[in-house]
Design a protein. Sequence first.
Length: 263
Amino acid sequence: MLELYHWEPNGSYLKPLIAVHEKGLEVRCIYVDVPAFEHFSPDFPLAPSLQTSLQLEGEGPILIHDGVQITESHFMLQYLDDAFPQRPLRPANPVDRWRILAWARFINEVFMPAVSTLGCRRYLRPLLRARGITELPETVWQLPLKLRSEVWAAAVYGSYPESLVQDSCRKIRMAVKRIEQTLRDSQWLVGTSCSLADIDAFAIANCLPSLVPEIVNASDSPRTLEWIERMRARPAVRDALAMSRTGRPEEAFVPGPEHARWG
């Protein structure tokens, strides 16, 4: 049996939703109101585990397969493709599989933290204030990973250094440039069809036309825009995005992974 604890279909939460729809899997989806700290409530139905308490990705989806908890969104994609090999989302040849992993490291260590920082700064802080959340709950301060407390504190108190904002913009420009270069010779990031690399990257990039229009636009990044639209047109992606309860999934952000020391 598959269960998926998720929030709005954006960022890390969007990745497994696309994958299960692409594979046509039956899954019980449990929506979690992450900005309300529902997953930290004593009434939360999922028992804490080492995987959830030490999740380096920060706030992200949790997949349950036959009682086993699986975290970290890209590893979750790999797991789903291994456990359910029908409709494979990776090419068979080892070189392209290596390329998917190379993309994954860049996406999750460089691209994703940068987009998360700008998204939380623009959208999460106003959302928390609108909900009357002006102090960080004690349960969040007591999380095993201090980093998770710190990034939530940044959202609650608006403590985003300008240097971090500028560095996030730099990393997003780097990612978009890499996507543009890759799409010169192909419609997809790896191989000749949509793969885990496209799902991984699209889940982070889908918000960029509205979040950073000065970077992602028809003049500066036409291939990236075309690829985003190509991904949005896929039935599995449409179905995943339709699971939004806010109607604005591209504005749904919660703290993600720590910024990498490289890139």
